[in-house]
Design a protein around this ligand. Structure first.
Ligand SMILES: [Zn+2]
Length: 152
């Protein structure tokens, strides 16, 4: 893969999602900051974690600079917080579990589906995080349904 190529997420060998590799967090944070400014919020919490560092922008310097850029735009101090930046997805899952987080109400999938697909990278990260923590994963994954129906 060339560094300039967009990332493709595959399902059953077919590309279902293509997104821009560069500045994805910046685009998302810009949209969120625009809404935050509308509701007069001064803080934005972004759930990026250590395993997301495959993207160059997911580092402390980038988020500090994004906070500055947003502050300049809205004319008052604004902070992007990334409390999980140094924790793995498994560590975040375990922390959430310890705090009573209902994992079944969280979303990881990058697919545009009503249930987790189980094939995309975020779903694979989720599945691996549950395995690493030995927590019971009650998530309904589409790929499990396909496997179950093909085995019937
Ligand atoms: Zn998925």
């Amino acid at each position: 893969m060339n560094d300039d190529d967009p990332i493709h997420i595959f399902r059953k060998g077919e590309s279902v999602i293509t997104f821009i590799k560069s500045f994805g967090a910046g685009i998302g944070l810009s949209l969120a900051a625009s809404y935050a400014a509308e509701i007069d919020a001064k803080h934005l919490f972004y759930g990026v974690h250590k395993d997301d560092k495959v993207f160059n922008e997911n580092n402390r310097e980038f988020f500090t600079l994004m906070s500055k850029a947003i502050s300049i735009e809205i004319g008052t101090e604004f902070n992007v917080h990334t409390p999980f930046l140094e924790k793995s997805k498994a560590e975040v899952l375990k922390l959430g579990y310890d705090l009573g987080m209902p994992a079944e109400e969280t979303w990881s999938c990058a697919s545009n589906s009503s249930i987790h697909c189980g094939w995309c990278d975020p779903c694979q990260d989720r599945i691996n995080a549950f395995r690493k923590t030995n927590l019971n994963d009650t998530t309904l994954y589409e790929n499990s349904l396909v496997k179950s129906s093909s085995n019937a």
